[in-house]
Design a protein around this ligand. Structure first.
Ligand code: 2BA
Length: 109
């Protein structure tokens, strides 16, 4: 068995949850915060048999898209002003960041 942990954008989370449930994946959806942007994203925990991992990844790929976002750098307080970029910078966020972990035990009461 594997535990899939997928960090996705909030905008994709509703559609993704529906498709995972429709395909009988046991899923837990958590509200999370990205460390770099310090804004909300969504983390899915999906516990599944090894044989179904690829199917889950395909569903995530199909429902999560990459988007560009403008980030305004914070001005340095007494920091190095020479390296400060005074205009917004475009970054690409998501599709999805996925971790696949082996599950040693799976218990339900
Ligand atoms: P954030 O940490 O808020 O990062 C949002 C996006 O900012 C990243 O998109 C990336 O494009 C950019 N970014 C992150 N760190 C950067 C840096 N040091 N310099 C320049 N740009 C940077 P993604 O890579 O698609 O990541 C989306 C979200 O997935 C992240 O939100 C974070 O919540 C999670 N994530 C990404 N890598 C992770 C990791 N190694 N471990 C745990 N969570 C991770």
């Amino acid at each position: 068995m594997k535990m899939i942990i997928a960090v996705v954008q909030d905008k994709d989370s509703h559609r993704l949850l529906n498709e995972l449930v429709e395909n009988n994946f046991g899923t837990t959806k958590l509200a999370s915060t990205g460390g770099f942007l310090k804004s909300g994203n969504t983390t899915f925990m999906i516990g599944t048999e090894d044989e179904r991992v690829d199917q889950a990844i395909q569903i995530i790929k199909h429902n999560c898209q990459s988007r560009s976002q403008l980030v305004s750098p914070v001005s340095p307080m007494g920091g190095n002003a020479e390296s400060y970029v005074p205009y917004p910078v475009e970054i690409q966020v998501g599709g999805a960041t996925i971790f696949i972990l082996p599950v040693e035990n799976f218990l339900q009461f």
